[in-house]
Design a protein around this ligand. Structure first.
Ligand SMILES: [Zn+2]
Length: 547
């Protein structure tokens, strides 16, 4: 009995994440022969649509994949949240994830290689090795576990693979493709290096850049290709397919293979400056001298540049021991100015009932400025319900073409009292192909046709399971079903807090136990990034359009 179990456990597991993956893009690519390896897996596997969590973004979704929990249980709704003491926006990070994570549990059955999974910075000790994913400040930071691994990997990372500020003209888009390819080549080199010596049982890698590519090339992917990018975009997907083939070689014929997206993708035709809309409707006030500072889109390029310069200078000053100088003080002023935009600094909180703090895609999150919960809250708990209802009805009745439905937090999340939760108080479900929202302030129009992105997230993504014990079929699943299925399939006990369903119908030969173990999850001690790390994270997220 023991021997049989051990033999089963020697099978390797490949978990291959496709950030923003959707069959809408992948299927035509398979048909045209661009992704032959994925096409073959698709024929042999169980596959289908994967419904993600809301809000629909990488931070919330990858946190759910890593913890097996919905956002209301792990508490991460986006890349940014309020710092409870400093009362400013701060980036969330891996220390916020409740433990044990999927990686910790998989580590109990064999060594794990975790490569570029979003929300794994700072990396933590696992049974194996970890190279942290988005948002990791930069390649000089402590982005690996064990930490000395970074020095081995740094020479393998191509110069020019880091994201930087860009505009969506022809030059800019070609630069994006060059950067994405350089990042893909760097990932391949790191993978080859890491798989050389250690005997891993599980490899979990994420092709994160597909999300990025789709944000900027959705027009090309949906057939509008006036500048002839198609061959270059195809070439990129072909390289991802070849990378998948490389990973399948490592995994071996009897491997368990799990492909999954964090969310799907679709077209976007406009941006809704929701804070400006809230101001027009009387729910939000701006500080007196805020007006006429120009449009946020215009300013964002300047902010990106100022962050980049500031970080470089700060690092240099640290080396030279120049802390406390006049230069540092003027850099502080620069920081203050950029924070007006990224930290919602233009909002007059004394006159604000509701606001938007994060970028929204398909499901747009809105917060009530609740006293006691929000750092600058003015809405008393007694008034909460009437303010929220007033806003809900204003949204419902408004002429805004994008609004499909407005949901209260407790209709979406498993929470008793939205006032005691950090979940968005309202979620605006938008019609597909309509808008994404930002938190820009001071724009003359609340709506604009989109400037630099033509694709954005959708709740519906994709999954695929393959292996000798998988029954080929089309199925549908929820994002949370995947981590539960991975654990059960690998022969691990599935803890109760991994609340998804094990996809038994896809793996009918194996009978999974229904009982869940009571491994109590522990909320990790939340830590906050250093100022330098924080600036690095912001710079990265800014260039991706999350700021
Ligand atoms: Zn994503």
């Amino acid at each position: 009995m023991m021997r049989a179990l051990n033999r089963t456990n020697k099978r390797r597991t490949l978990i291959f994440g496709i950030d923003g993956g959707t069959w809408d893009v992948i299927e035509p690519l398979m048909k045209r022969g661009v992704m032959p390896c994925l096409a073959q897996l698709n024929e042999q596997g169980a596959w289908g649509d994967l419904v993600s969590v809301v809000p629909v973004n990488s931070a919330a979704a990858w946190s759910s994949i890593l913890t097996g929990m919905p956002p209301e249980k792990h508490g991460i709704y986006d890349f940014f949240s309020w710092h409870p003491v400093k009362k400013k926006r701060t980036s969330v990070n891996a220390t916020w994830l409740p433990r044990p994570t999927l990686l910790d549990l998989l580590g109990q059955t064999g060594r794990v290689l975790a490569l570029k999974i979003p929300m794994t910075y700072p990396p933590w000790p696992i049974s194996g090795k970890m190279v942290s994913g988005l948002p990791t400040p930069d390649d000089e930071s402590a982005f690996t576990y064990p930490s000395d691994l970074a020095a081995e990997l740094n020479p393998l990372i191509e110069k020019g693979s880091a994201y930087r500020a860009r505009e969506l003209n022809r030059e800019g888009r070609l630069l994006i493709l060059r950067q994405l390819k350089a990042a893909q080549r760097s990932l391949e080199r790191m993978t080859d290096h890491l798989l050389k010596d250690a005997d891993y049982q599980t490899c979990f890698v994420v092709a994160r850049d597909i999300d990025e590519l789709q944000h900027f090339f959705w027009d090309v992917l949906s057939g509008k290709d006036e500048f002839g990018y198609r061959p270059l975009v195809d070439e990129y997907f072909r390289s991802v397919d070849q990378y998948l083939a490389r990973m399948l070689d490592w995994a071996g014929e009897d491997a368990r293979v799990i492909l999954l997206s964090d969310h799907g993708f679709g077209p976007v035709e406009g941006v809704w400056h929701l804070n400006d809309w809230l101001r027009q409707k009387g729910f939000l006030s701006l500080i007196d001298d805020y007006e006429n500072k120009g449009d946020s889109t215009e300013l964002s390029f300047g902010i990106r540049v100022s962050y980049a310069i500031r970080r470089r200078v700060l690092r240099q000053m640290k080396r030279l021991g120049m802390k406390g100088s006049a230069l540092e003080r003027s850099l502080e002023a620069l920081k203050m100015r950029s924070q007006r935009y990224t930290d919602l600094g233009g909002i007059d909180w004394h006159g604000t009932l509701a606001y938007v703090g994060n970028v929204g895609e398909e499901w747009l999150p809105v917060y009530i400025n609740l006293q006691g919960r929000e750092p600058h809250g003015i809405v008393t708990p007694e008034r909460y319900e009437s303010v929220r209802e007033d806003l809900r009805q204003t949204l419902d009745k408004s002429e805004e073409p994008a609004v499909l439905a407005v949901h209260r937090a407790e209709e979406i999340f498993d929470i008793e009292d939205p006032k005691n939760s950090t979940a968005p108080d309202l979620l605006i479900e938008t019609i597909s192909s309509a808008v994404q929202s930002d938190f820009g302030l001071g724009n003359s129009k609340a709506y604009e046709s989109i400037g630099n992105r033509n694709g954005c997230h959708r709740r519906q993504g994709m999954f695929l399971l393959a292996g000798p014990d998988v029954a080929p079929q089309q199925d549908a699943a929820h994002l949370l079903d995947i981590p539960a299925t991975i654990l059960a399939w690998q022969g691990c006990q599935v803890p109760r807090h991994f609340c998804g369903r094990v996809l038994q119908e896809c793996i009918p030969e194996v009978t999974f136990s229904d009982t869940r173990t009571t491994v109590e999850s522990t909320a990790a001690e939340k830590e906050y990034l250093s100022e330098e790390e924080e600036a690095g994270v912001r710079q990265k997220l800014e260039s991706l359009g999350y700021l």
